[in-house]
Design a protein around this ligand. Structure first.
Ligand SMILES: C[S@@+](CC[C@H](N)C(=O)[O-])C[C@H]1O[C@@H](n2cnc3c(N)ncnc32)[C@H](O)[C@@H]1O
Length: 270
């Protein structure tokens, strides 16, 4: 039976008016043992009842949560548990890799799944790769797991995320990921020249383009993430107006908000 039909049936006894029942979500998102709901604001006054009903329908979850904003330099998520209790650590599997992290402190975007697969397919053997905004290893770990001859330098500035990055490297048995704690904008001699540079900070990593240019070998590929208006994704290239670059490819990763997409440009400095 469909999620919304089940939930509606469960909530019949709660005297929710018909017009509000119609606003119930059609689906949920699963992150490990957590169920995330997107709830119409008109339903927020009933959030506890709805959360409890979802938990009863899906007892495999430890918590039902509302996903709110992700904000700040460290991309901290705002998560509100409306039923159950939110664990401090969750373990999730993706692309044959495992990731442990605290969902109250660390974001995880399932919408980037295809982009990770694309990157894995694009890497050729023994490359040196620098992941400038590594987080808990979202890109570094799947690349290194598939390409054992590649070496990935994973830079992360947030001490909390860095601890999980180190743990995830261990959990996935990856001696070819070198975690580097600090600001990638000040990347020093610990970082060798790279064949490929991943710049995965949203909403913008424009302030780090000169650092990427310093890190990149002459023929390196840069994967530059950013936000762009729908159908004007090419405009993201304006971020490079002070640099000489060649655009290799533009990929839309996902919708970010209405009429704005999360986009990645593959470019080379020339
Ligand atoms: C959340 S991740 C990007 C996630 C990835 N794009 C995804 O959604 O799967 C961005 C990471 O960059 C880190 N970060 C922000 N500024 C940084 C800097 N100057 N140097 C290194 N890491 C930085 C943040 O702490 C965060 O962990």
């Amino acid at each position: 039976m469909k999620f919304k039909t089940q939930l509606t049936a469960k909530l019949l006894a709660s005297n929710l008016p018909a017009e509000e029942v119609n606003l119930l979500p059609a689906s949920y998102q699963q992150l490990g043992e957590i169920c995330f709901l997107k709830l119409n604001t008109k339903l927020h006054k009933h959030k506890k009842i709805i959360g409890k009903a979802v938990l009863e329908l899906h007892p495999q979850f430890k918590a039902v949560c509302l996903k709110k904003n992700i904000s700040g330099e460290f991309r901290k998520p705002e998560v509100e548990a409306i039923a159950g209790s939110l664990p401090n650590d969750i373990l999730i599997k993706e692309n044959n890799c495992v990731f442990r992290f605290n969902p109250k402190e660390i974001m995880y975007s399932q919408g980037n799944h295809q982009e990770k697969k694309r990157l894995i397919a694009d890497v050729k053997g023994n490359e040196i790769i620098v992941d400038m905004f590594a987080g808990i290893g979202y890109f570094s770990i799947p690349i290194a797991k598939t390409h054992r001859d590649a070496v990935v330098y994973a830079i992360e500035k947030n001490a909390g995320a860095f601890r999980y990055l180190e743990e995830n490297i261990r959990l996935n048995y990856l001696p070819n990921v070198i975690p580097v704690f600090g600001d990638c904008g000040k990347a020093g001699p610990k970082i060798p020249k790279a064949d490929r540079v991943v710049m995965g900070l949203i909403p913008s990593c424009k302030n780090f383009i000169s650092a990427a240019a310093r890190i990149a070998k002459p023929d390196a590929i840069i994967h530059y993430h950013g936000l762009a208006k729908e159908k004007k994704e090419y405009a993201l290239l304006n971020d490079f107006k002070d640099f000489k670059v060649r655009l290799l490819k533009t990929t839309i990763i996902k919708g970010y908000k209405p009429h704005v997409n999360h986009v990645v440009l593959d470019i080379k400095f020339i």
